[in-house]
Design a protein around this ligand. Structure first.
Ligand code: SAM
Length: 288
């Protein structure tokens, strides 16, 4: 059974180890058994799964993951939390703790190593109550490095989750929306209020599961060019598509205007109204 971590218990554990909560490292620990259960169940774990947990903190979520998965590798950057984690996780023989910056970890190599040592761990699933200050860099690292994971179940600031799940034509829709939706389908697992954390952050949170797509939603001639077009499109939010895309592939304003017209895309539109298919259409035509 998962030991319950109340606010008082988390504060007591930290005090016993003379450890403070580092704001810089985004240390807001979960003190909500229901939220912990929702994350662990939302990740859909089984005996054949190896979980890499990003930022285990003092191990509150790690316990729930270890109960459900074949094996958990918990990657925590903060040296001072390692002895606390070792204590929280005492007696569990399916958890490894690594003290490292997740942005520097070669996830593919780590998965290969764990699979070699523990045959049968066929699937990699990544889970984390992510530190707010690097949520987007972590997600983009995992997606761009093409890590061999099936899913990423992550708690993040509510507003970031709204951006990732946004639809065209909304304020939250942007370059990050298209990047994440190109690689994944997304499911909202839970809404978690600020009161569920110790210390209490200023923002509410959302848990999303990002399932990595086996097939991409659009066919691209050149992925790099697609993302260049997307980034350029959203570079000046209040400007028209024509203004934003002028200069891409060295095209003048007149050339870009004629080019968009030829594709049947109104150059006075704004990037946030374009679907992924329309961005793909522009990028593929530019790449020809
Ligand atoms: N999983 C714990 C929980 O739910 O209570 C802690 C979550 S807390 C929001 C984020 C954790 O990520 C902290 O323990 C912090 O030290 C750790 N962290 C911050 N930056 C990190 C990085 N670059 N690599 C690995 N862990 C990091």
């Amino acid at each position: 059974m998962t030991k319950e971590f109340t606010e008082a218990r988390i504060r007591a554990v930290m005090a016993r180890h003379k450890a403070g909560f580092s704001k810089k490292l985004g240390q807001n620990f979960l003190a909500d058994p229901e939220a912990i259960r929702l994350i662990a169940e939302g990740a859909e774990l089984g005996e054949q799964d190896h979980v890499i947990e990003i930022g285990p903190g003092i191990g509150v979520l790690t316990l729930a993951l270890a109960e459900r998965a074949g094996r958990v590798t918990a990657v925590e950057i903060d040296r001072k939390l390692i002895p606390i984690l070792q204590q929280t996780l005492t007696g569990l023989d399916n958890v490894d703790i690594i003290q490292e910056d997740i942005l520097k970890v070669d996830i593919g190599a780590l998965q290969e190593k764990v699979r070699g040592e523990h045959p049968g761990l066929e699937h990699l699933k990544i889970v984390g109550n992510l530190p707010y200050y690097i949520t987007t860099p972590i997600i983009m690292k995992l997606l761009e490095e093409d890590v061999p994971a099936e899913s990423i179940t992550a708690m993040m600031q509510k507003e970031v989750a709204e951006r990732l799940t946004a639809s065209p034509g909304t304020k939250a829709y942007g370059a990050i929306t298209l990047a994440v939706q190109y690689y994944c389908t997304l499911e909202t697992i839970a809404q978690v209020p600020a009161e569920s954390f110790v210390p209490k952050p200023k923002v509410d949170s959302t848990v999303l599961r990002l399932d990595l797509r086996k097939e991409k939603p659009v066919d691209l001639i050149d992925e790099k060019l697609f993302f260049e077009v997307v980034r350029a499109g959203f570079s000046m939010r209040r400007k028209t598509l024509l203004n934003c895309l002028t200069g891409v592939k060295g095209m003048s304003k007149e050339e870009m205007s004629g080019f968009l017209e030829g594709l049947g895309i109104l150059s006075q539109r704004r990037a946030e109204t374009l679907t992924m298919e329309e961005f793909a259409q522009i990028a593929n035509a530019l790449g020809e």
